[in-house]
Design a protein around this ligand. Sequence first.
Ligand SMILES: Nc1ncnc2c1ncn2[C@@H]1O[C@H](COP(=O)(O)OP(=O)(O)OP(=O)(O)O)[C@@H](O)[C@H]1O
Ligand SMILES: [Mg+2]
Length: 501
Amino acid sequence: MNAAVAMAGIQKAFGGVPVLRGITLEVAPGSILGLVGENGAGKSTLMNILGGNVQPDAGSISVGGQPFSPRTPADARTAGIAFVHQELTLFGNLTIAENLHLTRFPRRWGLPWIDRRASVRQAADLLARVGLSQRADMLVERLTAGERQLVEIARAIGAQARVLILDEPTTSLGAVERGRLLSLLRELQDAGLAIIFISHELSEVLQICDSVVVLRDGQVAGTGSASTFSVQSLVALMVGREVRQLYPPVRAPGNQEPLLEVRRLGEPSVAHEISLTLHRGEMLGVFGLMGAGRSELARMLFGLDRHTSGDVLLEGRPLSGGPAQRIRRGLAFVTEDRRQDGLCLEAPVADNMTLVHLAALTRTPLRLIDRAALRAEVARMSTDVRLTRAAPHLPAGRLSGGNQQKVILAKWLLRPPRVLILDEPTRGIDVGARGEIYELLHRLADTGTGVLVISSELEELTGICDRILVMRQGEIGGEFPRDRFVREDLLRAALPVRVSG
Ligand SMILES: Nc1ncnc2c1ncn2[C@@H]1O[C@H](COP(=O)(O)OP(=O)(O)OP(=O)(O)O)[C@@H](O)[C@H]1O
Ligand SMILES: [Mg+2]
């Protein structure tokens, strides 16, 4: 049988730097291929070539046995290739239904105007398939990152493609949504689709994929049936060496001096009387399911969203005003949606890292900045987060997805904040760099910074935190010190409370 997709000898360089150095791979109809590799290995670039977004320098592609050389994304769509990009591409000011049908609105009797009712109905069907409960006429800008990811997946599924490319489709999803997506992929596979699945969650890859291709530095480092690999062996192929323990050794608990105190914080339908204390030098985790209100809490603490009642104290003094004021008081926030809130994509990496600190740096009497020192700090931070290959003068938008996330982390870690809030900090970051980021956070906490980590990955939280709070339905539903980190208990505390009667 013809392969659904065959790529052979694909090469690509950007500005003379080779990124893909002769890649060959095949996907059969009705099968799922996992594509893994470190940040910057070339996964997205390879898929962008298949999707018509990037032109290769050499190599050939065939789809369903026919030679295929897409010049534009529209060419790829016509050939039956649907693509869920790593960075979401939805329009915030359009509704869910409009986003779903942008390239092919339903028409009435073939006439050139749009059948709006059919549009909303079809959209509702697609949303039900991915398990999103929002109404199809809701504006996309009102959705969370996870909900947007589901809309993006719904759009690709609605394209009725024969090849489906998913570039890190689960980065913003909670455990429940992930599970549902994986079973949906199995259904599509049974219906004969060929699926290419990119993820840094290697256990997820081994669970869902039939075969795996490992990229390292733009070359195929290994390939074979998924059953012949383990997470360990994948990591070794990706990184080119054995990786030791992912999580750092357990830290000695810090002192119990309160740093950030949240008292009865409330906002209708978002937060209900949330009280918590983050101590100096503490690693505090916040676990919860999608929609539990964790990101909303973080945004309120950072002054991005308002709250109607309650207050927040930093070192005993009320914290007020917007983000700029709070940054001056020593707060830092790594958001879950890096494209929207995190980076200035046109600006060089080095500027992105230093921008937030300039105000502080120029408050000296002469308003001078020590540029040489700044450059040295940028270089040091880049090494710390393993951003070695990215030249500091490259626009941030040119970096791979995971490397962009590292720039955001580096930006906030450049000058240790008093309180660091992180929302899903390691999503999209490869396992090699993850371990180093965890160590970095521990070192930061050891200097007295209070670190509040929001994550949907329980293992990540139990691996690095001193204490974990569980949120559900806009409330704190449980508190667990390290000696009570029991997976089942934490999960149970996250489940919604059933209303009786
Ligand atoms: N338009 C571009 N100009 C310059 N360099 C680019 C461009 N697009 C990608 N690159 C570089 O190509 C390399 C591969 O990037 P790619 O996005 O394919 O990595 P990836 O494997 O998808 O990584 P991640 O896991 O972080 O998403 C990176 O070093 C990146 O900086
Ligand atoms: Mg990528």
